[in-house]
Design a protein around this ligand. Structure first.
Ligand code: NAD
Length: 483
């Protein structure tokens, strides 16, 4: 019998007002492991009103001194660390990723709360000079009530990436996790409660996107939406939020270039490139899924990548031997398989791995690592975000050509460059239109740095001090000193 979980609204653990639920499925077996409330507009309204009250009465933003906010957030980090193994296991059951990866996610979640707990006592304004007769104060204030809508590929990390800076800035939040992966978001609410976050400051509503996320977009008491997810939903969110001119941060998809120059150290570039495409089952917004390889080293590099992919072991994320888990859902598996079919007709299939043979996993949503080669960047598998373990390898002959190919995409989230020539690496990094560029690496995104995309990969920035700007308003107070 699957657990019937409740959601967290205004300091209480509640069912949906109409009792509706959705099933949570273990993607490695296809079995239902829990049910969570399917929130609707009524539930979201209660959550938003609670968050509004906690914002307006200063429960969190102004009356709770920064040091107290900071202390509570440090306590949240401690609790995440104490529950690390349990949280990691829950994440694996919910989204399928290998346990070692989930542990890494949870460690980063704990650090995010520590990092922004530190910031809570360091947000300050400015006093620009305006002459002897006056004084100007630029003060920072919380934006207010924030709707946080997150996807399923890094469920707890995406939630923390928004919640931690929002809380540090003094905002109150309504978090809407993805319907496929609500379990760790609910645990995060329990951790906030246990750490002493007052009722109404953190609310978690579970449910389907349009029904549970949609009401946040149109609710007049929500000041800001911070969204991570697909480009199309991101556009819908921006259009809808425009009506009330809500503040919006969008972290969307990508089709990131991964460039291997002829002088690259292949012992590093090959595993780095492969992990940058196949890591987290390819369910990564910044996956370097368009792999450009210098024609002079093309054959040996492609062979080495194929050998690497052949060494990937699919299985349950809880099995220590597993290096690639299932995709998150049957829908996502079918979507990715659709792209693989499309690739068979428009490109050359170079490698396709094996699904797990264990009959226990026969109902799981596994897609094996797949490598295509193409001479063109215009094929569908090189243009659209697949969000699965599918690599497209394309040869190039000059720096100018590869920069043009790298930029020939509607996205601009990330890029990776592999070369021993630092001058070429930096020139290429400056020429690629992407928010994050890795040199001789792929995918690191330390909390202290910055994250966000150019072009249709998003609006705004997360991580580091940049994330705080997204949850703060600036106010100018002008004082006439003559009176
Ligand atoms: P999605 O856009 O389908 O869903 C994301 C979230 O939005 C979910 O919580 C969903 O319930 C909610 N949602 C869906 N429709 C909605 C609506 N009409 N109103 C309000 N909320 C709604 O994306 P997904 O499939 O969960 O995630 C995959 C996408 O996320 C990929 O495109 C990936 O690139 C992107 N992503 C981006 C980043 C980044 O940092 N840029 C990180 C992770 C994932």
């Amino acid at each position: 019998m699957a657990d019937a979980l409740t959601m967290y609204i205004d300091g209480r653990w509640v069912h949906a007002h109409d009792g509706a639920t959705i099933e949570v499925v273990d993607p490695s077996t296809g079995r239902v492991i829990a049910t969570v409330p399917a929130a609707g507009a009524v539930d979201v309204d209660i959550a938003v009103r609670a968050a509004r009250r906690a914002s307006d009465d200063g429960t969190w933003g102004s009356a709770v001194a920064e040091r107290e906010r900071s202390r509570i957030m440090f306590r949240m980090a401690e609790l995440v660390r104490e529950q690390r193994d349990e949280l990691a296991e829950l994440e694996v059951r919910d989204c399928g990723k290998p346990l070692a990866d989930a542990r890494g996610d949870i460690d980063e979640v704990a650090f995010m709360f520590e990092y922004y707990a530190g910031w809570a006592t360091k947000i300050s304004g400015d006093i620009p000079p305006v002459g002897p007769g006056a004084m100007s104060l630029i003060v920072k204030e919380p934006v207010g009530v924030c709707g946080l809508i997150v996807p399923w590929n890094y469920p707890m990390m995406m939630a923390a990436q928004k919640m931690a800076p929002a809380l540090a800035a003094g905002c109150t939040v309504v978090l809407k996790p993805a319907e496929q992966t609500p379990l760790t978001a609910l645990r995060l609410a329990a951790i906030a409660e246990a750490a002493g976050v007052p009722a109404g400051v953190v609310n978690v509503v579970t449910g389907i996107g349009a029904q549970a996320g949609g009401p946040l977009l149109v609710h007049p008491m929500v000041d800001k939406i911070s969204f991570t997810g697909s480009k199309d939903v991101g556009k819908h969110i921006q259009r809808t939020c425009a009506d009330q001119l809500k503040r919006v941060t969008l972290e969307l998809g990508g089709k990131s270039p991964n460039i291997v120059f002829a002088d690259a150290d292949l012992a590093v570039a090959v595993p780095g490139t492969c992990n940058g495409v196949f890591g987290n089952q390819g369910e990564v917004c910044s996956a370097g899924s368009r792999v450009f390889v210098d024609a002079s080293i093309y054959d040996e590099t492609l062979q080495a990548m194929t050998d690497f992919a052949a060494g990937i072991t699919l299985g349950s994320g809880l099995d220590p031997a597993t290096t690639m888990g299932p995709l998150v859902s049957a829908v996502q598996r079918d979507r990715v398989n659709g792209y693989i079919e499309s690739g068979r007709t428009e490109a050359r299939l170079v490698f396709e791995g094996q699904r797990p043979s264990d009959p226990e996993l026969s109902g799981g949503y596994f897609v094996a690592p797949t490598i295509f080669e193409s001479t063109s960047n215009t094929v569908r598998i090189a243009r659209e975000e697949i969000f699965g373990p599918v690599m497209t390898v394309i040869p190039f002959r000059s720096v100018d050509e590869v920069v043009a190919l790298a930029n020939d995409t509607e996205y601009g989230l990330a890029a990776a460059i592999w070369t021993r020539d630092i001058g070429r690496a930096l020139r290429t990094a400056r020429s690629v239109r992407a928010g994050v560029v890795w040199i001789n690496d792929s995918q690191p995104a330390p909390t202290e740095t910055m994250w966000g995309g150019y072009k249709q990969s998003g609006i705004g920035r997360e991580l580091g001090p940049y994330a705080l700007d997204a949850y703060l308003e600036s106010k100018h107070i002008y004082i006439n000193l003559a009176n």
